[in-house]
Design a protein around this ligand. Structure first.
Ligand code: 3H9
Length: 719
């Protein structure tokens, strides 16, 4: 809807009304068309102001309408009619002007923004391009290089940057609508010839060919197979090289291809999934809307290794007072230096003052007595963590939430060390903790809804995408990673090389294949866990027996590498070789080639040719299969939770929508059929055995992903 009022005698004020962000739904578009016509036809009206209700100009096209039978007036002629108007039209931008919202503003003759407003063309993040003239008007207004930057990245700019770039004509700290109305009165009757952006020539550049070639190269490198950024460059090129009307045709053509693509569906699913995880629920039935978070003003971090340092920085940057505890004096001094550096660099990047005074450092755990919430981040060792939890429970004030940053240990066991197990939850950060967006909030059987609500709320406050998950070994992310890593090792045994496996996964869209990623994280981490689990044996037997643990197939390849001191990048050797320890450039290692050949010969393994399809199917479908088991077990409430975890914590390519969405795109019947095939070939690998939920979904006709919860509910009620 759009409301029309006449203000200050001669200004037609049009207010977009579609809370919360005034997205351009069919009703809003119709409202704009009607009210603009009215304003132009009323003789008393000399100029027009367009604004949005409740402090938000417009969040763009209504994404919920995509994929439906779209009705109502289209945006392009609507914006064209505004630009062609003979009365000046002023956009009063408060809050956001994004996507179609900014395109609407670019059709206006003047733009006035509040100093706190944000503007941008984020369509590329939804697998689209700004197809309401955005790719044609923005380069004409601000030049090709700046327009390429904004359109291919989708980044939002502040009002100040928008003014510098020339997107807006004026910014204000006062009431934007009042300022715009005053301005509209002052320009009434003036010629608008120089105000219609579509009539501008695109600013020339000394070498367009080189500019676009470089832009194309850049998006190819960063897009990892996403098609929208490429189409964005092509559309801007049309603006630079074609007359406006032909450029608009090209924009339309390119949009038509993107609009119906699987990538656009995946990215739009991600948009809503990211918001859906905020509406969490626990298997007990407790929910986000019935559980109140408690305030957290002061927090403590115990253990200042890599993770603890990152967590302290994240908390301090969000304005919390932090007590940072490290009992080892030398570690404490080093950590203080490192944290100070991280805060200073972060503040410099963001142009703010570093929050150094927010953190107090202490070697004494007693100093956490007055904090509201504690995050334990000591070494990943159950006995040590149990000891710390016992101590914390004795020292802290009543009601303090006790959180652990464990990446997979039993929350319930830690809770049982405390007097108030209902106050214990997991807060699983991802390294580097002040950078990575994901936070798994893990509830045990005794965690209270308040504790979960508080951790989820704190996660949001420090800028994380938080997902509530149940308690099991590895939680969601690491539990699913296990079969993925396992399959990668089996593939090496059967004849693949690390380079080949990584290439298949990187072509799929991962930033790093499984072996390059393992080298980066350090091979010794998993080795230590496997040792603790009794999986690593010093037994030198060969043949099949040597590759079986607890009745299932096991590959000791990772253990053998660690025995050689090959821990990955940090030692300069791992699945690849590096120029020196700490170097990041991975090169194939002839040593490893020989090692694999000897290993296969020793164990009587026959090498066969393995293609990319097999790599992807075995690594990804076994991971997805575990995802179905997680849903079956009620550890994740819905597929969106899993997908968000994988996108934000494990660099799953967003344009593929997360593992569970990807499975729905491939077709559940196909995933089931391939898992059955591989399980038949490898009956001693339980992760390839198709899960009950997957079978059930296929038996139910493979419903769309938003209907899976119904099948899961039925499955749970039958158990
Ligand atoms: C486009 O414009 C194409 C054009 O070029 C035309 C082509 C012809 N539609 O994020 P929040 C909902 S493409 C529908 O939690 P925040 C959102 O789902 C569009 N709904 O708040 C959520 O609903 P719920 C280009 C939308 O304050 C609620 O609003 N535009 C839309 O953290 C609150 O959202 C974009 O890509 C929408 N456009 O952030 C902008 N936007 O409460 C997308 C929001 O039920 N939007 N919702 O979960 C955003 O980036 C953020 O939502 C925004 C507010 C920054 C606006």
């Amino acid at each position: 809807m759009a409301q029309y009022t006449r203000v200050s005698g001669s200004v037609g004020l049009i207010t977009l009304q579609n809370p919360p962000v005034n997205a351009l739904s069919a009703a809003v578009r119709q409202g704009i068309v009607n009210t603009v016509q009215r304003a132009l036809s009323e003789p008393e009206v000399k100029s027009v102001v367009i604004c949005g209700q409740k402090g938000a100009f417009c969040g763009g096209a209504d994404i919920k309408e995509f994929g439906t039978n779209m009705s109502g007036p289209p945006l392009v002629p609507m914006i064209h009619a505004i630009e062609s108007a003979v009365k000046p039209v002023v956009a009063a931008i408060e809050g956001v002007a994004l996507g179609g919202g900014l395109e609407l503003a670019l059709g206006c003759h003047y733009r006035i923004a509040h100093s706190k407003a944000r503007l941008g063309l984020p369509e590329v993040t939804l697998g689209l391009l700004p197809a309401a003239g955005g790719t044609q008007r923005l380069p004409r207004l601000i030049g090709v290089p700046a327009a390429l930057d904004l359109i291919t990245t989708g980044r939002h700019v502040t009002a100040t940057e928008a003014l510098q770039l020339g997107i807006v004509d004026q910014i204000t700290d006062h009431n934007t609508v009042d300022v715009a109305v005053k301005f509209a009165l002052s320009v009434a009757g003036q010629s608008l010839d120089s105000r219609r952006i579509s009539s501008y020539p695109c600013p020339r550049h000394s070498d367009f060919d080189a500019l676009f070639e470089a832009a194309m190269q850049k998006v190819h490198q960063s897009a990892r197979g996403a098609i929208a950024p490429v189409a964005c460059v092509q559309a801007v090129r049309a603006a630079a090289t074609l007359p406006y009307s032909q450029g608009m045709e090209r924009e339309k053509e390119l949009m038509a291809t993107l609009f119906t693509s699987g990538q656009a569906r995946a990215l739009q699913y991600c948009f809503f999934a990211q918001r859906a995880v905020g509406r969490w629920s626990m298997s007990s039935g407790a929910r986000w809307d019935t559980s109140k978070p408690r305030p957290v003003h002061k927090a403590a971090v115990i253990g200042l290794g890599t993770m603890g340092r990152g967590i302290a920085v994240a908390l301090a940057q969000a304005g919390l007072s932090v007590v940072a505890v490290e009992t080892q004096e030398k570690q404490l001094i080093e950590a203080k230096q490192a944290v100070t550096g991280m805060l200073e660099r972060g503040a410099k990047r963001r142009g703010v003052t570093p929050a150094l005074d927010k953190i107090t450092y202490s070697p004494n755990i007693q100093n956490v007595a007055d904090v509201d919430l504690i995050i334990e981040a000591v070494f990943e060792d159950m006995a040590l963590k149990e000891k710390v939890f016992k101590q914390l429970s004795a020292v802290c004030k009543p009601g303090t939430f006790l959180c652990t940053n464990t990446s997979g240990l039993d929350i319930n066991r830690l809770a049982s060390q405390t007097c108030n197990p209902e106050l214990v939850v997991g807060m699983h950060f991802f390294a580097p903790a002040h950078v990575m967006k994901l936070l798994e909030v893990v509830y045990g059987p005794r965690s209270s809804p308040h504790a979960v609500a508080t951790a989820m709320h704190l996660g949001k406050k420090i800028g994380k995408v938080s997902v509530a998950v149940g308690n099991c070994r590895g939680f969601v992310g690491n539990r699913m990673l296990k079969p993925y890593l396992e399959q990668a090792l089996f593939l090496l045994e059967e004849g693949a090389t690390p380079e080949q496996v990584d290439q298949a996964l990187e072509e799929f869209g991962f930033a790093m294949g499984v072996f390059r990623m393992s080298d980066l994280s350090g091979l010794d981490v998993g080795w230590r866990v496997r040792k603790a689990d009794g999986l690593v044996t010093s037994d030198a037997t060969t043949g099949q027996q040597a590759r079986i643990r607890q009745g299932h197939r096991y590959s000791p390849l990772g253990d053998l590498l660690c025995e050689q001191g090959r821990f990955g990048q940090k030692t300069g050797r791992g699945w690849y070789q590096y120029d020196k320890p700490g170097s990041r450039v991975a090169k194939p290692d002839p040593w490893l080639q020989n090692f694999l050949e000897e290993y296969r010969a020793r164990h009587g393994l026959v090498v066969r040719r393995i293609d990319h399809q097999e790599v992807l199917e075995r690594c990804l479908y076994s991971l997805i299969n575990e995802g179905f088991r997680i849903l079956e077990d009620g550890i994740a409430a819905g597929p969106e939770d899993i997908d968000v975890i994988y996108m934000f914590g494990y660099s799953w390519p967003r344009h593929r929508g997360g593992p569970m969405f990807y499975a729905s795109m491939v077709g559940l019947a196909r995933v089931l059929e391939r898992l059955e095939y591989y399980h038949q070939a490898h009956p001693d690998v339980p992760s390839l055995h198709p899960s009950t939920l997957l079978r059930k979904l296929v038996a139910n006709g493979s419903p769309p992903i938003h209907k899976w919860r119904e099948v899961i509910k039925k499955l749970h009620s039958q158990l």
